[in-house]
Each structure stands twice: as structure tokens, then as C-alpha cells.
Write a new protein. Structure first.
Length: 114
């Protein structure tokens, strides 16, 4: 089983990034997927969630209207489009898969700074 995040990097405030999480080794389409983030000295927090079956998504209040989660069940990939990034979005971003088992990716660093 693997979850491999990519797409992180350094971006200026107001900029955009698109994170990807490529899954393998399990039936991706049947798993709910989430993005979490963890900033230095803070607990890991839920950023966005997308259900496996129905077209249902939820977001943390701090990212509503700026971030969009989506999934491609053919490519076994979940995405996080992040727009209008702020310095407080700086964190390591992780994807998570959950159904009867729980899997985490290794994380990708996002730094928002001028």
C-alpha cells in the first residue's frame, strides 16, 4: 500500500498550488479520502474530505472558498487545489485513506512566504 503526495513547494502569498496523492495497493475508489496538514508545533488538522461513493466534500472553515478537493478513481489520485494561499497555510500536507483500514502518505511541504 502506498500513498504518495506531490506538488508542494514554496509559493508567495496569494499564489496557488495543486497537491496530488497517488494511491496504490488498495481499492482506491471504495475509500474515503482526506487531506490533513500539520504546522510546526501544532497538531495535525483536517483540511478537506471527499467521500468514496457519493459526491460529498467538507472543508475546514479556514480553507473554505480557497481550497478544492477532488478525486479521479481511474487514476487512483486525490487532489487538493489551493488558491489564494496565506502564510498560515504553511504546513506539511498529508493525504489519508480510510475505510476498513487507515493509510497515510508521507507528506509534502507547503511554504507560503514572500
Amino acid at each position: 500500500v502506498q500513498l504518495v503526495e506531490s506538488g508542494g513547494g514554496l509559493v508567495q502569498p496569494g499564489g496557488s498550488l495543486r497537491l496530488s496523492c497517488a494511491a496504490s495497493g488498495f481499492t482506491f475508489s471504495s475509500y474515503d479520502m482526506s487531506w490533513y496538514r500539520q504546522a510546526p508545533g501544532k497538531e495535525r488538522e483536517l483540511v478537506a474530505f471527499i467521500a468514496s461513493i457519493i459526491d460529498f466534500t467538507t472543508y475546514a472553515d479556514s480553507v473554505k472558498g480557497r481550497f478544492t478537493i477532488s478525486r479521479d478513481n481511474v487514476k487512483n489520485t486525490v487532489y487538493l487545489q489551493m488558491n489564494n494561499l496565506k502564510p498560515e497555510d504553511t504546513a506539511v500536507y498529508y493525504c489519508k485513506a480510510i475505510k476498513d483500514r487507515l493509510y497515510w502518505g508521507q507528506g509534502t511541504q507547503v511554504t507560503v512566504s514572500s
